[in-house]
Design a protein around this ligand. Structure first.
Ligand code: ASP
Ligand code: MG
Length: 415
């Protein structure tokens, strides 16, 4: 009798990040919150990250025993962090008489490709989760991981628990995917760096994807992509209170909303310049094909016009990919694809993002003007429909973010 009622109720997926489950105390707070949510409405699927800095600590441990810890064993190691949190939350909920079950990716059928460290979810067999929900349990799932066809444990890339939450919400037809975190929502800049950053009630999927991929830490861009594709609304909100956060979804953006929705920054980037590249068809194709095969995410590419049949290719990538790129540079040099490579670590990227950027003249110029006014040199610029990004020296980054934010969101100005 209970079952028919259960299976009518909508499903809510809630994902809690590492800082929200960073201690036993915090896990108990999450258990309180779940207890309150349960009285209300839905069937609940909870996705957890590892405790606090656990994943970083596991990476450091691996670095102590190996020069280059990657691949299968690394994923098996990193995936342990999330097993700790899901089982602890399961115990905490059961301890207060709530029916709950914790499941690993294997137990709940999250299938990925076989690309260790950066796997992509291929399918989710939701039968187990649904039957657990139907028997009245809160289902708690390990974020950030899956199982390959060969039954190896894989991980989805750093910050990947958001992707698990989004993929589960899509596969289960959830009413929404809550990203519960240590900030109150999505802001016009990182609120820990810019004190007057503005919190948005709603932004579009596209804006969320652009902000996340240009450095906003609040959400993994792939999670927003999945929810956009499956039309699942995302609610980014605090883990510690019940106030509304920021909704991410489709539909029109309010007409009066500011053109710029976010000033984002990314300090963990490196700039690579390949000099003396032969100016002939196929060279860029070869370079970026090699980078793609090595799983390297490129953030920005500039090829400048050649002189004397030699070109220069500059690209910006996430710092974590520097080692595989250094290996490739060695190969390219041997094969005569370039004669010199300059690697710069002391650069950072600052971007402005907004869905009205392309249709509003002058926004890029305003960004460049305030940077110039602060004496901050712009090294490279790239722009797209929804974003203008500048590469600058990393030691000026904080100042640049504050200055550019102040230009678009002056202190004291009302929404
Ligand atoms: N624990 C993993 C990480 O730190 C996944 C996540 O937090 O989303 O990257
Ligand atoms: Mg995280």
């Amino acid at each position: 009798m209970k079952e028919s009622v259960e299976s009518d109720r909508p499903i809510l997926v809630q994902k809690y990040g590492g800082s929200s489950v960073g201690s036993a105390e915090r896990i108990l707070l999450i258990a309180d919150r779940i207890e309150q949510n349960l009285c209300e409405t839905t069937r609940l699927v909870v996705v957890l990250s590892a405790m606090g800095k656990t994943t970083d600590e596991l990476v450091s441990l691996a670095n102590e025993v190996s020069d280059r810890p990657t691949g299968r064993e690394m994923d098996l190691l990193l995936a342990t962090g999330e097993q700790v949190t899901v089982s602890l939350l399961g115990l905490a909920l059961q301890n207060r008489g709530i029916l709950a079950i914790s499941l690993t990716a294997l137990q709940c059928g999250i299938r990925t490709d076989g690309v260790f460290n950066e796997a992509r979810i291929k399918s989710i067999d939701t039968a187990r989760i649904k039957s657990e929900l139907d028997s009245g349990r809160v289902v708690i799932v390990t974020g950030f991981q899956g199982i390959s066809e060969a039954n190896d444990v894989t991980t989805l890339g750093r910050g990947g628990s958001d992707i698990t939450g989004a993929a589960l919400a899509a596969a289960l037809g959830a009413e929404s995917c809550e990203i519960c975190t240590d900030v109150d929502g999505v802001f016009s800049a990182d609120p820990s760096r810019v004190s007057n950053a503005r919190q948005w009630p709603k932004i579009s999927y596209e804006e969320a994807i652009e902000m996340a991929s240009s450095g906003a830490k609040v959400l993994h861009p792939r999670a927003a992509e999945i929810c956009m594709e499956y039309e699942v609304p995302i609610h980014v909100r605090s883990s510690f209170h019940q106030e509304q956060g920021t909704w991410i979804g489709g539909g029109a953006i309010p007409m009066e909303r500011a053109e710029v929705v976010g000033v984002t920054s990314d300090a963990k980037v490196a700039k690579i310049t390949l000099l003396n590249v032969p100016d002939q068809p196929g060279v860029a194709a070869r370079v970026f094909d090699d980078l793609a095969r090595a799983g390297v995410n490129i953030r920005l590419i500039i090829q400048s016009a050649s002189s004397e049949n030699r070109a220069r290719i500059t690209f910006i990538l996430d710092l974590e990919f520097l080692t595989p790129v250094q290996d490739l540079v060695g190969h390219w040099e041997t094969e005569g694809l370039m004669s010199e490579c300059v690697i710069e670590n002391d650069v950072a990227k600052i971007s402005i993002v907004g869905s009205r950027l392309a249709s509003t003249p002058g926004l890029a110029a305003r960004m460049f003007t305030v940077l110039a006014g602060a004496g901050i040199n712009i090294d490279c610029i790239s722009s797209s429909e929804m974003k203008v990004a500048c590469v600058i020296s990393s030691d000026r980054l904080d100042e640049a973010v504050r200055t550019v934010h102040e230009e678009f969101f002056p202190v004291g100005e009302r929404v």
